[in-house]
Design a protein around this ligand. Sequence first.
Ligand SMILES: Nc1ncnc2c1ncn2[C@@H]1O[C@H](COP(=O)(O)OP(=O)(O)OP(=O)(O)O)[C@@H](O)[C@H]1O
Ligand code: SF4
Ligand SMILES: [Mg+2]
Length: 344
Amino acid sequence: MTMSAVHPAPTPPGGDAAAEMRDVHIGFRSGRHVTPVVRGVTLRLRPGRVLALVGESGSGKSLTSLALIGLLPPGAEITAGSVVLGGDDTAGFTARQWREARGSRIAMVFQDPMAALNPGFSVGGQIAEPFRRRLGASRREARERAVALMREVGIADAGTRYGDHPHEFSGGMRQRAVIAMALALGPSVLLADEPTTALDVTVQAQILRLLARRQQEAGLATLLVSHDLGVVARMAHEVAVMYAGRIVEQGPLDAVYTRPAHPYTLGLLRAVPDGADGDRLTPVPGLPPDPRRPPGGCAFHPRCPFATDVCRAEDPPLAESGGRSVACHHADRVSASHSDEEDR
Ligand SMILES: Nc1ncnc2c1ncn2[C@@H]1O[C@H](COP(=O)(O)OP(=O)(O)OP(=O)(O)O)[C@@H](O)[C@H]1O
Ligand code: SF4
Ligand SMILES: [Mg+2]
């Protein structure tokens, strides 16, 4: 796979983590029983850097993002590990502390902008709301700041569109409005869960440029969840691959894309010519495991062409290998097989 056409902007200096997950486990509670779905995820989001989280449906990407912003769905809970925001462990956060942190320290852009907008209120009013409610701005001042922000995210005629309701906006404009809402209070961390999946390719490119500009200018630490290899290649500095609730490979974009060391990553990237826009992750043969009953040993072994006896017996730890972390007993063999393919 060649990467030249889609390489992201130069990497700004790393710095300390703006948000961090340390060995986080998430489960769904039913009475006294907890079903684990995310099992030991460790992530660091650093200022000015984009970490992409990829993996097939049900692998735990959304729950991971929601845990970072304290918005797990009812029944889900963090059963072990910690979420740290700008150095503060959130374990003891009250509902009020979370409300204060959301928007000002960490914000999220979801796939479906309609779900984030209230259909009964004007778009501009919703963008202005945090300025009034959180910063105590006057109605006029909040409106001025909202209009400026609408302009900044590329909403044409922002002054006149201020009073429009969400249904009067196109899908792309609605997503711009939601991004404006997320950025209003200048958070240091942005979580974007499939932010452009619902949009057509041209609008997708505009939205990605907007996110990339903000990410660089404001030094945002960004977590990008995406199924689209082109989006990941253009935006991300680092990639984390999730399988059945665990991170199985994580490292710099180039290393993971060009020399995958986990068979699942290899499967996802296989047959993709150049990571151009619109390339989806390749479906890997076989079905993902039921998270309530993952197979023993390495959870990927029933689908893995490299599996041996040790894979069925022992779950491999995430370990450093060739400039990235990988959870595979046979990472060296996997990398070597990929190099052989490239040479042919
Ligand atoms: N509200 C819920 N109740 C019960 N189980 C849930 C709930 N939400 C998610 N799960 C389970 O948790 C696991 C992880 O879900 P998650 O939504 O994080 O996956 P995902 O990687 O975001 O998938 P997708 O790519 O489809 O968005 C899945 O097995 C899913 O079935
Ligand atoms: S540990 Fe074994 S089964 Fe798991 S991914 Fe590696 S080779 Fe495949
Ligand atoms: Mg999801």
